[in-house]
Ligand binder design. Structure first.
Ligand code: DAT
Ligand code: MG
Length: 138
């Protein structure tokens, strides 16, 4: 069993995609062990995306992710880290395989609907950033 951090980004929430995305991950068989709609504080966003802080798009990325409510999700399941990344598809929707979330619901890299941790270290770090002890199911 693995846990990972998933997020429906502000574009996904704004466009009413929350039920569709929750449906997909539940139908896949993942268990939702934490779920909340929230607005991300700027310092939380800068920490979450810290690996990108030298990239030219960092400012826009932080503006975007703090610009409206997101849905933060803690997912549990076998191979959940790679499995959720596979369901999302490639970062650039133009490269995402048909049937993936980013291929089906996005056209630009900057607004690509969902986030998923990319490793077990990232998953642990991001889950701790977004959820307090006691907010996650045992
Ligand atoms: P992923 O979200 O697939 O893990 P990432 O970690 O490389 O991708 O980048 C984080 C987010 O930053 C990504 O979902 C969208 C944005 N981003 C990445 N590369 C970008 C680029 N070249 N231009 C604009 N935004 C970009
Ligand atoms: Mg990433």
């Amino acid at each position: 069993m693995e846990r990972t951090f998933a997020m429906i980004k502000p574009d996904g929430v704004r466009r009413g995609l929350t039920p569709e995305i929750l449906k997909r991950l539940q139908h896949k068989g993942y268990r939702i062990v934490g779920l909340k709609q929230m607005t991300i504080a700027r310092e939380t966003a800068e920490s979450h995306y810290g690996e990108h802080k030298e990239r030219p798009f960092f400012g826009e990325l932080v503006d975007f992710i703090t610009g409206g409510p997101v849905v933060a999700i803690a997912l549990e399941g076998e191979n959940a880290i790679a499995g959720w990344r596979a369901m999302m598809g490639a970062t650039n929707p133009a490269n995402a395989a048909p049937g993936t979330i980013r291929a089906d619901f996005a056209t630009t890299t900057g607004e690509n609907v969902t986030h998923g941790s990319d490793s077990s270290d990232s998953a642990a770090r991001e889950l701790a950033l977004f959820f307090k002890d006691g907010e996650l199911l045992a």
